[in-house]
Design a protein around this ligand. Structure first.
Ligand code: AHG
Ligand code: MN
Ligand code: MN
Ligand code: MN
Length: 332
């Protein structure tokens, strides 16, 4: 019974954001507007995603990004859409994006917030009609509003996030976010053009029976990870791996499971990026009662030292991650 609450399943995202503004007693509404800007850009990317097969926006863009990945056209389109929405919104002073080598300084004298974003997650799945996503982290700048952006405004630990979230362009399109008061999920209704609250106060199961890892690279893992995955097989857990972090994470968050992108010989620090992949999902995970670690340290407490820095990631149900760590620490 939700009759005592001001919101319930079916509340629109806009209304929900407005109602939840009271979680921040001194908030002036800028964070709320920023979340709305992100929702708007995600609707546009959703539209592009839905018709990708028809409108000649599939395939490679013809350039590589700073991490040496071949950019897909939709990577570039999503990057442009989000940057445009965040610049026009007026609340943001700087953006870190997977698709941009350097920090984008918006020269916005009134912007209080810094956003780190993976505009399009799961690039390899675009052309084969499989779920993809967007991941975002929001920080408050440390230096005074209106002064030049400094390194300390950008290089913040995940614990400093004021909000984070993701959009999953899946069988339904969903936006899931947290501002540090639980995790709420919204499902997009195409004909109305609105996100509606569908998954209030998401709680991750403490245990689960799904493991998600790219097993093709197992020869390159440390032996502990290999032993843990062998144990998952002994227990007859289900292997599920989409190759879009957002989709793999979302499934495990709801059903109970563990996602691992370990250090490999090719990627000694793992593949996933701390600032716009791991941190955002770690914040969501913890808010839902799950956990996220690099194998030694809580993801949210890693001090970033470079924009595109990578980190190994073990994320998901509490008990599963604890067990995986027992295996991986044993053999170190
Ligand atoms: P992105 O498309 O933003 O570059 O991210 C790709 C990431 C992530 O989505 C996914 O989980 C992982 O790469 C898959 O990597 P492998 O193909 O090495 O398994
Ligand atoms: Mn990429
Ligand atoms: Mn990604
Ligand atoms: Mn990406």
């Amino acid at each position: 019974d939700q009759s005592g609450l001001a919101y319930s399943v079916g509340t629109t995202l806009d209304r929900f954001i407005k109602l939840k503004q009271s979680d921040f007693p001194f908030a002036s509404g800028e964070l709320s507007q920023l979340l709305r800007d992100i929702a708007l850009a995600s609707k546009i990317v959703n539209r592009e995603t839905n018709r990708a097969g028809l409108s000649n926006i599939g395939g490679a863009f013809g350039q590589t990004n700073v991490q040496g990945e071949e950019q897909q056209k939709l990577d570039v389109i999503a990057n442009i859409r989000f940057i445009r929405a965040l610049s026009k919104g007026g609340e943001v002073c700087a953006i870190v994006s997977e698709e941009e080598d350097a920090v984008i300084d918006l020269n916005n004298k009134s912007g209080k917030y810094v956003v780190a974003i993976d505009p399009l997650d799961g690039s390899s799945n675009i052309d084969v009609n499989i779920s993809i996503g967007t991941i975002f982290s929001i920080y408050r700048r440390k230096t005074p509003v209106g002064s030049p952006i400094l390194e300390e405004d950008i290089m913040q630990q995940g614990t400093e996030q004021v909000a984070s979230g993701y959009v999953l362009y899946g069988s339904s399109t969903m936006l899931v976010y947290t501002t540090g008061f639980g995790v709420n999920g919204f499902t997009y209704e195409h004909s109305l053009g609105e996100f509606f609250l569908s998954h209030p106060m998401i709680k991750a199961p403490e245990s689960g029976s799904i493991y998600s890892i790219n097993e093709g690279t197992q020869e390159d893992w440390n032996p502990g990870i290999k032993e843990y995955i062998d144990d998952c097989k002994v227990k007859k857990y289900s292997a599920r791996y989409i190759g879009s972090l957002v989709a793999d994470f979302h499934r495990n968050l709801l059903k109970g499971g563990i996602y691992i992108y370990p250090a490999t010989k090719k990627n000694p620090n793992g593949k996933l990026r701390l600032m716009y992949e791991a941190n955002a999902l770690a914040f969501i995970a913890e808010q839902a009662g799950a956990v996220a670690t690099d194998g030694n340290k809580r993801i949210l407490e890693i001090q970033p030292t470079s924009l595109h820095q990578r980190t190994p990631l073990l994320i998901g149900s509490k008990n599963m991650v604890a067990e995986a760590l027992q295996f991986s620490n044993k053999t170190e």
